[in-house]
Ligand binder design. Sequence first.
Ligand code: E4P
Length: 217
Amino acid sequence: MKFFADTAEIDDIRELAETGLLDGVTTNPSLIAKSGRDFMEVTKEICGITDGPVSAEVVALDHETMMKEAEILRKIADNVCIKVPLTIDGLKTCKALTGDGTMVNVTLCFSANQALLAAKAGATFVSPFVGRHDDNGFDGMDLIRDIRLIYDNYLFDTEILVASVRHATHVLESARIGADVATMPPKVIKALANHVLTDKGIEGFLADWAKTGQSIL
Ligand code: E4P
């Protein structure tokens, strides 16, 4: 299962990349606004930190303008993945871009039928938003289960990129279901390493080690 960082904060991305656990990055217009950085500049900088896919989202709503925006975005770096919304124009743009070898992430997916359309449009990734799904009284993980079943039924290559991840349980369930990728805020990725018994174990081992009076270095 691949881990993407869902952020445009350079320091966080760099720190995660240094752990060797980072497989890519996703951004969206809200994350770019939060970073306070220039879209093109920050995307280029992120693409230089990771070799993995870096999602950069178009903001146009019609196919022709989406194509023009994608043309500019894909020149930023070879690992840019064009993010398009799950609309008919977005799907048309997805088909056109993947047809000539550009990676595409179809975002704002909230139903299994939408995910089926994304796969038919040749999407590299589909992004179902589990957190926002939960917020609205649905079960986000049921959506991931349905998409996995449908993609396996027809051997679609589109990768399920679980998005809007809020906590470690979303990640655990995604892994159980067999989602291909989870994109997470950096704090969620780091929280996966936490366990009270790990901390307690380290404390006990170090206390006993101190009694030996030895050192490794
Ligand atoms: C990722 O591609 C999405 O843009 C992101 O996960 C949305 O998360 P949010 O629902 O926390 O804004």
